[in-house]
Design a protein around this ligand. Structure first.
Ligand code: GLU
Length: 259
């Protein structure tokens, strides 16, 4: 199976912005194991800005563009250093790919370059780690969130499955922060107005996405024929169950016309 796994900042870092070492170790171990089992894995990792905030000891996530970009430049190094170190332990080779919106535009030569490089990396057995190129992303070219980015990647490369690992268990039938009786939705067969109405606005303090961006990702992925699962990243071992088709998180079924 060709699988895109997206991890949010809240999965990789503590609220301080510093690395969640135990979580990252478990994530890299599971992904290495899945690769050993013959799956093709593409990792879309957030965390550059969050980790830059931690490393530069900034008081909180910056709101101005230059500081965000500076934090991303610092944090992206840290991220790749850790991924390289952890995946090397399990004999896997990582490759960094940083992209912006024009790289994924339909019919552009950048999109085919991106596709060709990604496809070649997979043929070579490498594990691509993708993030937005935050240091050059301005308002005009920004994708803005890695939920959307990971869905665009999954559709470009014809992935079978996209997994969004986040700090929530999945999509609920009402806001679980406000309603203790809120129920997790197991499977979404169709993205209709009723489902879109369930998305609240906010994400975590260091990350970017929320349920709105996750549903946007679900639309892009499922329309391209790719199944998508939202699950809690606090237990990376959930990935085994997700691949077995077990009821973990919320599963969005591919739309017929996709593949
Ligand atoms: N590209 C941003 C980063 O690495 C994250 C975007 C997101 O959280 O969706 O910090």
């Amino acid at each position: 199976m060709r699988i895109v796994v997206k991890v949010g900042t809240s999965t990789l870092a503590h609220p301080t912005g510093r690395l969640n070492i135990q979580r990252m170790e478990r994530l890299c171990k599971v992904l290495s194991d899945l690769k050993n089992a013959g799956h093709e894995i593409i990792l879309v990792s957030s965390g550059a800005i969050g980790m830059g905030v931690g490393k530069l000891s900034l008081p909180s996530k910056p709101s101005d563009m230059p500081t965000k970009q500076a934090a991303a430049a610092v944090g992206q190094c840290e991220l790749m250093y850790i991924y390289d170190k952890l995946f090397t332990e399990y004999n896997h080779v990582v490759a960094q790919i940083l992209i912006t919106a024009p790289d994924l535009q339909e019919a552009g030569s950048r999109k085919s370059n991106f596709h060709n490089t990604l496809a070649r990396l997979l043929e070579l057995g490498a594990l691509p780690v993708i993030n937005e190129n935050d240091t050059v992303s301005t308002d005009e070219i920004v994708i803005g969130d890695n939920d959307t980015l990971s869905a665009a990647v999954a559709s470009t490369i014809g992935a079978d499955l996209l997994v969004l690992l986040s700090d929530i268990d999945g999509l609920y039938d009402s806001d679980p922060h406000k309603n203790p009786a809120a129920r997790l939705i197991d499977t979404v067969e169709r993205l209709d107005a009723r489902i879109y109405a369930l998305a609240g606005g906010e994400g975590s303090s260091l990350g970017t996405g929320g349920m709105v961006t996750k549903l946007r990702a679900a639309r892009i992925a499922t329309e391209a024929g790719c199944e998508m699962v939202i699950a809690n990243g606090s237990r990376p071992e959930n990935l085994y169950d997700i691949l077995d088709g077990a009821h973990v998180g919320t599963r969005f079924l591919p739309q017929e016309e996709g593949k």
